[in-house]
Design a protein around this ligand. Structure first.
Ligand code: 3AM
Length: 182
């Protein structure tokens, strides 16, 4: 008798590490960016999806996720203040974003350690250096005439791991793990 073994493909997820704003920071961003969002064309990112990507891991298997989560758990950095005071436009990806003109050393260190640790887990990450930015809109083909906004202050006390799913109704981000900065 012969038996057929069906090997199932490993379960994978699309994951990234991020700073995830509190509801209060999201509301402040909505208020301060209202005019900018109204007058810049393009396709807005839903406010509940706003985030600052620290390291994009791509498609990840369960063992790689566990390894990246161990890297995150091994990072001990203090909370830091982030002042979102700068609006930027990238022409090629056609992205309108807001970010901090001053990148705190702790933020750079957090992003670098997550990226390097994830590479050590066998993940192939983008080689571009970290630029702090929160994408507000996509498909913005030219910078809006007025780029100034009232700054938004964000006391960053943790970072998260996010699962990204593409659904017929659009992209869905779910926070699947969280680590405090202490
Ligand atoms: O944080 P933002 O919105 O700039 O564009 C994707 C999004 O960026 C980016 O990761 C964030 C969460 O999806 N992203 C998607 N694919 C990527 C890739 N292959 C990527 N970043 C780097 N390499």
């Amino acid at each position: 008798m012969c038996s057929t073994q069906v090997e199932s493909a490993p379960k994978t997820e699309r994951l990234f590490f991020a700073l995830w704003p509190s509801d209060a920071v999201r509301q402040a961003l909505r208020r301060h960016c209202k005019a900018l969002l109204r007058h810049s064309g393009g396709r807005p990112v839903a406010p509940e999806n706003w985030h600052i990507t620290l390291a994009f891991l791509g498609t990840v298997e369960a063992t790689q996720r566990a390894c990246a989560e161990q890297v995150a758990a091994g990072i001990h950095l203090p909370p830091f203040a982030l002042r979102l005071d700068h609006v930027g436009h990238w022409a090629r990806p056609q992205v309108l974003w807001i970010g901090a003109s001053d990148t705190p050393d702790t933020l750079r260190s957090l992003a670098d350690r997550l990226a390097q640790g994830s590479r050590d887990c066998g993940l192939a990450l983008d080689k571009r250096p970290f630029v702090n930015h929160l994408t507000l809109k996509r498909k913005v083909d030219r910078p809006p005439a007025k780029l100034d906004i009232k700054p938004v202050d964000w006391a960053v006390t943790d970072f998260v791991l996010v699962r990204s799913r593409t659904l017929p109704e659009g992209v869905q981000y779910t926070v699947v793990n969280r680590w405090p900065l202490t």
